[in-house]
Structure formats: structure tokens, C-alpha cells
Write a protein that binds this ligand. Structure first.
Ligand code: HEM
Length: 222
């Protein structure tokens, strides 16, 4: 029993991907307009999201479906901790909290992990394949926009994955070989579209911060 899950996901989330690319915060980020305070809030939310995803995957590492896409070398929790230390300082843990959209995102990950763990594949796909696709470019943009040197961008560095392209090819193959039926594959595509939606909501919250920050900057120059 095998389904073309990798292709189903790519085709089935194309529209969501385009929508995510067009969110104001993402567009600004690509143009190099990145405000440090908004960015560190994103890093904080991503820390909670990846921690949830990675904790749940650890629990399910022997699950018949999830074991096939269990690649701890993808884990971002520690790199996000490094970045949080850089942006917030030694007491970063006391300073960060989940935003409302982050809360919904994390709750959904916990919920499906308890009720229908195969759907976690959708969340792994949406984040890790995206991270592996845009990593180096986004790292350069973040460094230039926020005048960073070597710190603050650990999130984009996959130390244990020397060839990201080859890794993605293997990952797609692993997705295609998952022992799932067509109905489950379709449910994973639906969940991936929801995961894109949850990411867009995270970005939208930050857009509000960005607008406020630009407002303050303009006000201060008057
Ligand atoms: C793949 C660009 C935002 C998730 C890709 C690829 C490119 C790209 C060029 C293709 C890589 C390849 O074929 O190997 C961009 C740009 C973005 C953006 C320019 C922002 C303006 C996002 C966001 C997410 C995301 C916000 C999700 C949170 C993904 C995923 C893939 C991907 C899951 C893998 C697609 C597949 O092969 O099935 N992206 N991306 N991307 N991106 Fe993005």
C-alpha cells in the first residue's frame, strides 16, 4: 500500500504556499524589512511550535507511520533556544510567551498527536520542508536586515544535514512509502493546508507589530 503523498502535498498546498508568500510580514522580510522585536516574537512562537512537534515525534518514534519520518537531525528546538538567548538574554525563558495564534497552533499539534498521530506528517512537512527550501536565503536576509554577525540565525543552520537538497529528496521518498491509505493521505493534505493557515496567522499577528513599530519610528522623526 503506497500513495504519492509527496506529490499530493506539493500539488495540494500550492495555493496555500502562494498565499503564505503574499502575507505582508513575509513580503517585508524578503525585502529586508525586518524589525528585531517582531522577529524575536516569531522566534519565540516557533520555539513553542517546534518544541511541541519534536516532543510529540519523540513519543511516536516507534509508530508504524511516524517512525518512517522520524529524523531528529531536523530538530530545531535547540537552535531556537540559542537564538532566543541571543535576542532576549540569559533569562529568555521568563520573557517569552505564546501569542494567541501560536497557542492555537501548539494545541492543534498536541491534539492530533493524541487522537490521530499520522496527521503530524502534515506539520513536519509544512515546516521542515519549507525550512530546508529557503534556509540559506532567509538567513542572509535576516543577517543583513538586522545587522547580525554570526549569531541569531542558528534556526536556519542544519548542522547535521550536509546536503539539504539530497535530504529533501529522501524525505519525499519516505513520505511516498508511508503505510497509509488514500483517505489518510487526503487528511494529511487537509491538515497541511491548515498548518499553512496557522503559520499565516502567526505572521499576521507580527504584521500588526511591524506597523506599530514603523508608526513609532515615523512619529519619532517628526
Ligand atoms: C518549498 C520559496 C514561504 C513552506 C519552496 C520552494 C521555494 C520556496 C522556491 C521550492 C523548493 C524546491 O522545489 O525544492 C518560498 C518563498 C517564500 C516561502 C519565496 C516566502 C516568500 C513559505 C512558508 C512556508 C513554506 C511561509 C510554510 C510555513 C514550503 C514547503 C515547501 C516549500 C512545505 C516544500 C514544497 C514541496 O516540495 O512539496 N518554498 N517559500 N514556504 N516551501 Fe516555501
Amino acid at each position: 500500500m503506497s500513495v504519492n503523498l509527496a506529490t499530493m502535498l506539493r500539488e495540494g498546498t500550492k495555493q496555500s504556499h502562494t498565499m503564505a508568500e503574499n502575507v505582508g510580514f513575509v513580503k517585508c522580510f524578503l525585502k529586508g524589512v525586518v524589525e528585531k522585536n517582531s522577529y524575536r516574537k516569531l522566534v519565540a512562537n516557533l520555539y513553542f511550535v517546534y518544541s511541541a512537534m519534536e516532543e510529540e515525534m519523540e513519543k511516536h518514534q516507534n509508530h508504524p507511520v511516524l517512525s518512517k519520518v522520524y529524523f531528529p537531525e531536523l530538530n530545531r528546538q535547540q537552535s531556537l533556544e540559542k537564538d532566543l538567548y541571543f535576542y532576549y538574554g540569559a533569562n529568555w525563558r521568563d520573557q517569552i510567551k505564546l501569542s494567541p495564534a501560536g497557542e492555537t497552533y501548539v494545541q492543534r499539534i498536541r491534539e492530533i498527536s493524541n487522537t490521530r498521530p499520522e496527521l503530524l506528517v502534515a506539520h513536519l512537512y509544512t515546516r521542515y520542508l519549507g525550512d530546508l527550501s529557503g534556509g540559506q536565503i532567509l538567513k542572509k536576509i535576516a543577517q543583513n536586515a538586522m545587522n547580525l554577525n554570526s549569531e541569531g540565525t542558528a534556526f536556519y543552520e542544519f548542522q547535521d544535514i550536509p546536503d539539504e537538497k539530497a535530504f529533501k529528496t529522501n524525505y519525499r521518498q519516505a513520505m511516498d512509502e508511508l503505510p497509509i491509505d488514500q483517505e489518510t493521505a487526503e487528511a494529511i493534505v487537509d491538515e497541511a493546508n491548515d498548518a499553512f493557515g496557522m503559520n499565516m496567522k502567526l505572521f499576521n499577528e507580527l504584521e500588526g507589530n511591524l506597523v506599530k513599530a514603523i508608526g513609532v519610528m515615523l512619529f519619532n522623526t517628526l
